[in-house]
Design a protein around this ligand. Structure first.
Ligand code: S3P
Length: 173
């Protein structure tokens, strides 16, 4: 197996790329603990991500996100699904690359449009914001943060997790 012993398997990528679902499947297959940073923040704050954005603002959410990551990255061997904006903070990226194998889940624009259509749970997509604009601003950040990119277009979460498992095992012989 790739040298991921003790390292986190980290999923980064835009909203709607399936990080949480794929992460759960990977964790089950690898017998590892699964943590979703958004869920972690919600539990710690006793507020939903939506409530944090609405009452404290995005900067406060980003602060909580960085703090959550610092705590989680001190552990070993997690499967970590991250919020889509985790790569906005260079310190987060350094930490993820240092402690984990970073996998960028990506998808074509039409597919993202389908998956995000009618989404009213994600604060950044409220009020008719064009997700494409946010995506294009971030694309390079995802690319630079990742050790590898996996295109999820037209694939089920199971297919994506199997592709990742094959990637992780490809050095075995
Ligand atoms: C965000 C993505 C969300 C959540 C928050 C901000 C972003 O997570 O962290 O709404 O900036 O892209 P998902 O990527 O899991 O939707």
């Amino acid at each position: 197996m790739k040298s991921i012993a003790g390292k986190h398997v980290v999923l980064i990528g835009f909203m709607g790329t399936g990080k949480t679902e794929v992460g759960r499947l990977l964790a089950a297959a690898l017998s590892r603990r699964f943590v979703d940073t958004d869920a972690w923040i919600e539990k710690e704050s006793r507020m939903t991500v939506q409530e944090i954005f609405a009452t404290l603002g995005e900067a406060a959410f980003r602060q909580k996100e960085a703090e959550a990551l610092a705590v989680l990255c001190r552990q070993k061997g997690l499967v970590l699904a991250t919020g889509g904006g985790i790569i906005l903070n260079p310190q987060n990226v350094l930490l993820l690359r240092e402690t984990g194998y970073v996998i960028w889940l990506d998808a074509e624009m039409e597919e993202l449009a389908r998956r995000l259509a009618g989404d009213n749970t994600r604060p950044l997509l409220k009020g008719g914001v064009d997700f494409r604009e946010i995506y294009h601003r971030r694309e390079e950040l995802y690319r630079n943060a990742a050790h590898v990119r996996v295109d999820t277009t037209g694939k089920t979460p199971i297919a994506v997790s199997e592709e990742i498992l094959a990637l992780l095992w490809q050095d075995v012989a």
